[in-house]
Each structure stands twice: as C-alpha cells, then as structure tokens.
Design a protein around this ligand. Structure first.
Ligand code: HEC
Length: 144
C-alpha cells in the first residue's frame, strides 16, 4: 500500500473516531441531555417513561402547552408561583392547579429547562424533533 493510501485511511479513521467521541461528551445531542436532566429532576414524580406518578402523565403535554415558551415558564416557576402570577389554572386546557409541582428556577439553568422541556415534548408528547428544537430555541451543534 502506498504511503498516500495509508495516510488517507488514517485521516478517515481519525474523523470517524473524533465524531463518535463527540457524541458521548459534553456535546451530546440535545434530547440526550434532556433525557439526563429528566432522569435527575422529573422522573421521580412523572415516571421514568413519562407515565405519571405523583405528577401527571406527560402524553397530553402538547395539548396542555401548545407553546414551548409556556411549558418552559411552568417548569421554571412551579405550580405555586404560577398560581400567584397567572391564577388557579394552567395550560391551554385550563387544568386546575391542585398539587405541588416544584419550581426549577435556580436549580436548573435556563438552558437545562429548555432541554428537558424539548425532551418531554418530543419523547412523551410525540412532537416533531426539528420543529421542537427550533421552537424551544435550542441550537444543534454546528448549526447557527
Ligand atoms: C415533586 C414532584 C414533581 C417533580 C419533581 C416535577 N413535577 Fe411536574 N408536575 C407535578 C405535579 C403534581 C403536576 C400537576 C400540578 C397540579 O396539578 O397542580 C405537574 C405538572 C407538570 C406538567 C404539566 C403536564 C400536563 O399535561 O398537565 C409538566 C409539563 C411538568 N410537570 C413538567 C415537569 C418537568 C420538566 C420536571 C423536571 C424538571 C417536573 N415536572 C418535575 C409534580 C412534579
């Protein structure tokens, strides 16, 4: 094999290896990051597959919050501050607030909240992934 061919193979292999390594590090895909945040902060009440528990199941989350921004606001404020600010119901379906969903402001960063919200919308609400990432203002690696 010529030196040139060996170099070409080396170059291709390096690109593939670097590409794979990026997938498992800090630059994980947004929904993978969201899944991690969900597991740490939400699954204890909403179930590890979004099936519900102390908190409601998340299958109807798009009907509840057609807008990503409102979903983010709910998770940021939690039910108590939401009720103080907006009244005794939440979401487009005007669900009565009757239990405690904790605030996540100061616990999760603003970006982490957008990531976990996007994860819930796509994985449990069946929303389109690309549309959701754009609606939730999440930039994917490499794109502007
Ligand atoms: C301590 C339990 C608890 C934790 C932790 C929790 N939630 Fe909740 N969540 C609730 C409860 C309870 C409600 C319903 C509030 C009510 O009925 O007043 C709720 C409601 C919701 C809803 C509305 C769903 C619908 O369609 O009605 C969403 C979305 C949601 N939570 C997202 C999250 C996210 C995201 C996290 C993690 C960052 C999280 N929750 C963490 C208890 C919790």
């Amino acid at each position: 094999m010529s030196l040139r061919a060996k170099l070409a193979i080396f170059a291709v292999t390096s690109i593939v290896l670097v590409g794979c390594a990026a997938g498992g590090s800090a630059d994980e895909a947004p929904l993978v990051q969201g899944r991690g945040i969900y597991g740490n902060s939400c699954s204890v009440c909403h179930g590890n597959a979004g099936q519900g528990g102390v908190g409601p199941a998340l299958a109807e989350v798009i009907a509840t919050f057609p807008s990503c921004a409102e979903h983010v606001e709910w998770v940021t404020l939690g039910s108590k501050t939401w009720a103080e600010r907006y009244g005794p119901t939440y979401g487009a379906t005007s669900k009565p607030i009757e239990s405690v969903m904790p605030a996540h402001q100061g616990i999760l960063s603003e970006e982490q909240i957008r990531l976990v919200v996007a994860f819930e919308r796509v994985t449990y609400g069946n929303a389109d992934e690309a549309l959701t990432l754009s609606q939730c203002d999440i930039t994917v690696n490499g794109s502007p």
